[in-house]
Ligand binder design. Structure first.
Ligand code: ADQ
Length: 457
């Protein structure tokens, strides 16, 4: 039997077209290449089935792992999103370490490995995604799986000075040592990985770029994720997505509601712009779309309240009976609506405090009219900043810097807008989603963490 791709990620595409960045990218990859996609089922169960549930999709097969309500609390909301997510985003202060989470995380990974054995073939190329399944390769190796196994981390690799906040920091490095290729979003993440590895006994960085982890040699590479530019452009309709008055400009921000996305600072930047407004500045309305995510986690409830208060205060101070400077929406939008809003806006604000990549930045560029493009204002701390050097790059912690960038973007002459956009679009087209999957999988086929010693149980 020939090579078959086996993708594992927590979320899999449902029956409707997938929405989120990671899910969209993997759906596209599997539709083209065929193979199987293993993930956790959306509906919680009282007692998990003894085997993965088969759910065919167009062009590939899906296999779903059942989760109970308790496992959802410990594995997903707990260890994954209240421990690993804040750790990787430099917010150790928001980590909520609670008894039972780690055991739940390990148990779900172990059951996933057990149940995957039934669907794996010896020639399968296994590609595991993101922080929910860090220990999965080690679990598979324990069960005798010798296939090539790649990992891709979509979020930043934790900084060396934060790693001590994870009680299982040694285990983390051992889990990673069971892969053949560790893919990270940016060179910054590779540097963080190397820094963290240096602190870990038994890990050694080799001159050829590989890392000796225990008795295995593992390759670590930056491979920045991209988007399907043509597909996103195909979403753009005709007509105005947002009603504006004559001469009014639109500034847009689109994010999951998450503390890593820098939303309060972005609202402060808009306030700075309004506070220092002169007659030379156009009337500009800021539309922030931020649907609630992970609403059960406390840190996510706080951010929602903060934003509602800020939007109210800024509108109260600067609005008029006919105009509100901030429109804040906490509901999701479909991709066609999003594409339309991006195209209509004069400025795209993508200002996370830290981000693995940030696909909104690339979608914003893809959606612009090349003859009259909007300007991307991009956080220098987003992974995307390494590729998108023609954006106006800002410090997302500094509202004055961002507020002045909004002013610069609104006043930017057409020639400069066109030149910057053309270069950004060329980059997004060249290093798109197809390039990403091709580049990653080509490297995975080439590398081999040698030798594969069975790990003791
Ligand atoms: P996310 O943190 O979810 O992804 P991002 O890369 O911006 O962040 O992707 C979000 C996706 O969801 C985009 O495709 C965007 O269009 C869509 N989206 C966002 N807000 C939306 C809204 N209001 N309505 C509808 N759709 C919305 C993680 C990492 C990122 C990394 C991706 C992919 O945190 O750094 O870029 O994975 O690797």
């Amino acid at each position: 039997m020939g090579e078959r791709l086996v993708v594992v990620s927590n979320r899999v595409a449902g029956d409707r077209p997938p929405a989120g960045g990671l899910v969209f990218a993997l759906h596209d990859c599997l539709t083209q290449m065929g193979g199987i996609w293993v993930g956790s089922g959306a509906d919680l169960v009282e007692a998990p089935a003894p085997a993965l549930r088969h759910a065919p999709a167009d062009g590939y097969d899906r296999y779903l792992l059942d989760l109970t309500e308790d496992e959802q609390a410990q594995f997903y909301l707990g260890y994954s999103n209240s421990v690993l997510w804040p750790l990787c985003h430099g917010r150790t202060d928001l980590m909520q370490i609670k008894r039972g989470q780690y055991a739940g995380y390990r148990a779900v990974n172990a059951r996933m490995a057990d149940q995957m054995l039934d669907v794996l073939d010896p020639d399968d190329l296994i590609w595991i995604h993101d922080y929910h399944f860090l220990p999965l390769a080690e679990e598979l190796r324990r069960r005798g799986v010798t296939n090539r196994i790649g990992f891709f981390l979509h979020i930043p690799f934790p900084a060396g000075h934060d790693i001590g906040a994870l009680s299982q920091s040694d285990a983390l490095m051992e889990w990673l040592g069971a892969y053949d290729l560790i893919g990270l979003q940016s060179e910054r993440d590779v540097a963080q990985f190397i820094g963290t590895s240096r602190q870990h006994p038994g890990t050694e960085i080799l001159m050829d770029g590989r890392v000796r982890m225990g008795n295995r040699l593992v390759a670590v590479r930056a491979c920045p994720i991209g988007i399907d530019v043509a597909a996103f452009q195909g979403e753009i309709g005709t007509g105005e997505a947002v009603t504006l008055s004559k001469g009014e400009k639109l500034i847009v921000g689109v994010d999951r509601l998450d503390y890593s996305k820098g939303l309060p600072q972005r609202f402060d930047a808009m306030e700075h712009f309004l506070d220092t407004r002169t007659d030379a500045d156009p009337t500009a309305t800021f539309l922030q779309v931020a649907p609630i995510s992970r609403g059960e986690v406390a840190a996510y409830q706080d951010i929602r309240q903060t934003l509602e208060q800020k939007a109210g205060a800024i509108n109260g101070a600067h609005g008029t009976p006919n105009w509100m400077p901030i429109r804040y929406i906490s509901q999701s939008m479909d991709r066609a609506e999003l594409a339309g809003v991006f195209r209509q806006s004069a400025v795209g604000l993508v200002t996370p405090l830290i981000d693995g990549m940030n696909l909104v930045a690339k979608e914003y560029v893809a959606a612009q009219d090349p003859d009259d493009p909007g300007v991307l204002v991009l956080s220098r701390l987003a992974g995307a900043a390494e590729q998108m050097t023609d954006a106006l790059q800002v410090n997302p912690y500094d509202p004055t810097d961002m507020g002045e960038a909004i002013r610069t973007a609104l006043a930017m002459p057409l020639d400069e807008r066109k030149a910057r956009h053309a270069r950004l679009l060329t980059g997004a087209v060249h290093e798109d989603i197809h390039w990403w999957t091709r580049t990653y999988l080509d490297q995975l086929r080439q590398v081999r963490a040698v030798p594969v010693f069975p790990l003791s149980a």
